[in-house]
Design a protein around this ligand. Structure first.
Ligand code: UGA
Length: 454
């Protein structure tokens, strides 16, 4: 099928690469000329494992361009995958979504196209996008849009760092539209994934035992709500284990054992029960906030979701409180942060706990040293305002540090020579913000080991 994708961020680029790999003819559009030029030259603007290799495989079916005129006129499916960043009042900024919808209407010339919202858009946006597309089509062509456009919602559930795996081998595919015709088009598009009939790339082998992928086809509003409800549920699962972790610490229980003990109940599940500093990233914070805001428009409160947000906020405060409890005076102390990205295997710093923690420590008069195996460069570009010392190795962070905080659980940090790290520090204090380090080993090297929860 002929597919166009507006926006080459995480979602757009991953979707484009996967669909082109599956054999569809894909054109990715982005207004950022520099980005498109580098994509045309085979350079990828984000850090995502295996994306470079998949793009090589997908190359014969994949084009990049800056103008809608080269992508939209005869497309069968157009995905909108533009950013919807939070605006100053916390609500999502829909200017890019609106521009994409208008651009599609202005440039489309065929008989029928499905416009798909892939960005996480506020509930009800599908109808709004449809009206923008139709209005701009009618204004430009002077003809009635009639049944030329359908709007669908196809939320993505990919995690940064495992985006390609999550896209090719999803737990489910959700498509929402109010017209059967649109659902049929998307069913055809996703058939290779639903039936798992494609030859798996060698670097992304198909998980053992994966058969057909379930398809949820539903109305527009349901698909839009599924995305928010899924992210909010995952967020509250994390906050729940962090809340239990606080009690675990008081009663002398081990939160990791507690998490395993409850997670092996199939009704609960072990995933997303990793306690620690809490969630960051561009999704959970924004989506839980949008869910609460949407509910408020209908005079509803969402106490469970709101509590999950509050607990997540407190986890970051707890880092500073714990260091204060240990060091007594923070002013003039040197604290090293291991990890900046909001989670391992990405260089994404959006809503990263490390930024927040660094800011709080600086406000308290600490000297803050930071390291990240992948995100350091991006951090230096985006956070010039933070007067921290950027280190190119974890060992450098340890030099003369009064305490180290593991903020992002990169594998590299687990495998460090912690004995040597101890020798470089002024005092041997480690706050394991992700409950990821080998506590017994650290104790052997004379560390005072602090967990964040439990
Ligand atoms: C999340 C969802 O997992 C995806 O399904 C969804 O598609 C995506 O948001 C989105 O809406 O675009 P992502 O934000 O990339 O994906 O990353 P996650 O792996 O979900 O991690 C989010 C945060 O939760 C990270 O800061 C991670 O460290 C934290 N986390 C995760 C925990 O603290 N504990 C856990 O057990 C799991």
């Amino acid at each position: 099928m002929r597919v166009s994708i507006i926006g080459t961020g995480y979602v757009g680029l991953t979707t484009g690469a996967c669909l082109a790999f599956l054999g569809h003819q894909v054109t990715c559009v982005d207004s950022d000329q520099k980005k498109i030029a580098s994509l045309q030259a085979g350079k990828i603007p984000i850090y995502e494992p295996h994306l470079t290799e998949l793009l090589v495989e997908a190359k014969p079916n994949l084009q990049f361009c800056c103008d809608y005129g080269s992508a939209v006129p005869d497309a069968e499916v157009v995905f909108i995958a533009v950013g919807t960043p939070p605006s100053s009042d916390g609500s999502p900024d829909l200017q890019y979504l609106s521009a994409a919808a208008k651009g599609i209407g202005e440039h489309y010339t065929g008989d029928y196209v499905v416009v798909v919202n892939k960005s996480t858009v506020p509930i009800g946006s599908g109808n709004w996008v449809g009206s923008l597309v139709r209005e701009s089509y009618e204004q430009r062509s002077g003809r009635k849009a009639e049944h030329r456009f359908s709007v669908a919602s196809n939320p993505e559930f990919l995690r940064e760092g495992t985006a390609l795996h999550d896209s090719l081998y999803p737990d489910r595919v959700v498509i929402g539209a109010d017209e059967v015709r649109a659902l049929e088009v998307l069913y055809t598009l996703y058939r290779p994934i639903l039936d798992q009939t494609f030859a798996a790339p060698p670097f992304l082998p198909r998980p053992e035992g994966l058969g057909a992928v379930p398809l949820i086809s539903t109305e527009l509003a349901s698909a839009e709500l599924i995305k928010y409800a899924a992210n909010a549920f995952l967020a509250l699962k994390i906050s729940y284990i962090n809340e239990i972790g606080q009690l675990a610490e008081k009663v002398g229980a081990d939160i990791q054992h507690v998490a395993k003990g409850i997670g092996l109940d199939a009704r609960i599940g072990t995933r997303f029960l990793q306690s620690g500093i809490g969630w960051g990233g561009s999704c959970f914070g924004k989506d839980t906030s949008a869910l609460v805001a949407t509910a408020a428009e209908y005079n509803l409160t969402m106490p469970i979701v709101s509590a999950a947000r509050e607990i997540n906020r407190r986890q970051r405060e707890r880092v500073v409180d714990k260091l204060l409890g240990e060091l007594k005076i923070l002013k003039g102390r040197t604290v090293g942060l291991l990890g900046l990205a909001f989670k391992p295997n990405t260089d994404d710093l959006r809503e990263a706990p490390a930024i927040d923690i660094a800011r709080r420590l600086l406000e308290r008069g600490c000297k803050v040293k930071v390291h990240d195996p992948v995100a350091l460069h991006r951090f230096q570009e985006q956070h010039r305002d933070l007067a921290v010392v950027c280190c190119t190795t974890p060992e450098e962070v340890a030099d003369d540090a009064d305490a180290l905080v593991l903020v992002t659980e990169w594998q590299q940090y687990r495998e460090l020579d912690w004995e040597a790290m101890a020798g470089r520090m002024r005092s041997r204090i480690v706050l394991d913000g992700r409950n990821a380090l080998d506590r017994a080993r650290l104790l052997r090297f004379g560390f005072r080991y602090l967990g964040i929860a439990g």
